[in-house]
Design a protein around this ligand. Structure first.
Ligand code: TYM
Length: 330
């Protein structure tokens, strides 16, 4: 098994990123070979202020390490330091079909009504993502639910390339999507996912929010007046309530049914403070470590440079094999 995943280094990572992806990366690194990277080439598919981007790349790295990613175990790097990603993306652009990309829901959401004005990079975004994965022969890709379609596309691209050129250059990867936590919803609207781009900061818990802010956000989270039921089926049609129970369960490493077993019959007046305490206890050490790491940007750069060196070595054979397969001398 080889695990690979990435996160965009824009905005602040939030509880959805943590429960849907980062927390599982920290667990998997003890069992398997792991590569985790900051998708900074993806970040420029929409305009980002260059000076801010340089800072958020370091901060995202610091957040991942603060969450428990160990650069001694995991190969941690940023995409831009490994040119093979951009090179492989070009080769795969020639395999991916327009019809496949036209179906990508994330492009439709992000480009909105202004499709004609979206960058070509935003359109080709999922092909770069396929390159990220296929370059390393990753077998498993732990992501949240929203990345499922991009993973399916990656599988299609890998299969078509292997078939077209008649060589097994790429491993067809499997998505690893958690049972609970794969889609954490906004605290203000149970039908929208928790997201960095939501204009309301009250909709999400940022991993660097202080304890008072976390407690306040859970207190103000949208809920309903009903008491909690005994089973998860009892939460159907109560999206906000289901979301809070899910957050509790994943934070506590417990089954949602087990959490309901403890709180059944109680209202949110009792449940919310317990949830806030649990989140505060989990996030406080992460925030503290983050502050310490942020104070030493040179050390973060050293870690990312070292990670990129390893990533270059690991990606080189597959890039060579792909050039050879299409018949390009190097
Ligand atoms: P990004 O930066 O949007 O999110 C990073 C990870 O967090 C997950 N996630 C969530 N999980 C549960 N609930 C939520 N509300 C939530 N919001 C985000 C995402 O599913 C993701 O796993 N395109 C990717 C980055 C990427 C990548 C890759 C990932 C680039 N290349 C190759 C895997 C493999 C992205 O923008 O993730």
């Amino acid at each position: 098994m080889r695990i690979l995943s990435g996160i965009q280094p824009t905005g602040e990572p939030h509880l959805g990123n943590y429960l849907g992806a980062i927390k599982r990366w920290t667990e998997l690194q003890h069992e398997q070979e792991c590569l985790i990277f900051l998708a900074d080439l993806h970040a420029i598919t929409v305009y980002n202020d260059p000076a801010t981007l340089a800072r958020t790349i370091r901060e995202a790295a610091a957040t991942l390490i603060a969450c428990g990613i160990d650069p001694g175990k995991t190969v941690l790097f940023n995409q831009a330091r490994v040119p093979a990603h951009a090179e492989m993306a070009w080769l795969l652009n020639c395999t991916a079909r327009m019809g496949w990309l036209n179906r990508m829901t994330q492009f439709k959401e992000k480009s909105g009504k202004n499709r004609e004005n979206a960058s070509v990079g935003l359109y080709a975004y999922p092909v770069l993502q396929a390159a990220d994965i296929l370059l390393y022969q990753a077998t498993h890709v732990p992501v949240g639910e929203d990345q499922k379609q991009h993973l399916e596309l990656t599988r299609d691209i890998a299969t078509k390339f292997n078939t077209d050129y008649g060589v097994e250059v790429f491993t067809v990867p499997e998505p690893l999507i958690g049972k609970a936590g794969a889609r954490i919803m906004s605290l203000r609207d149970g039908s929208a996912k928790m997201s960095k781009s939501d204009p309301s900061d009250m909709s999400r818990i940022n991993l660097t929010d202080d304890s008072d802010t976390i407690a306040q956000k859970f207190k103000k989270a949208k809920t309903d007046p009903e008491p909690l039921p005994e089973t998860m089926e009892g939460l159907e049609g109560r999206a906000e309530a289901k979301n809070l129970v899910t957050i509790f369960a994943v934070l506590a490493d417990r089954a949602p049914e087990d959490v309901l077993g403890e709180f059944a019959g109680q209202g949110f007046g009792a449940f919310k403070p317990c949830l806030a305490d649990l989140a505060v206890e989990t996030l406080r050490p992460i925030r503290d470590r983050f502050e310490t790491l942020r104070a030493d940007p040179a050390e973060i750069d050293r870690i990312l440079v070292k990670g990129a060196e390893k990533a270059r070595l690991l990606s080189a054979p597959t890039l060579e094999a792909a050039y050879k397969a299409v018949g390009l001398p190097r």
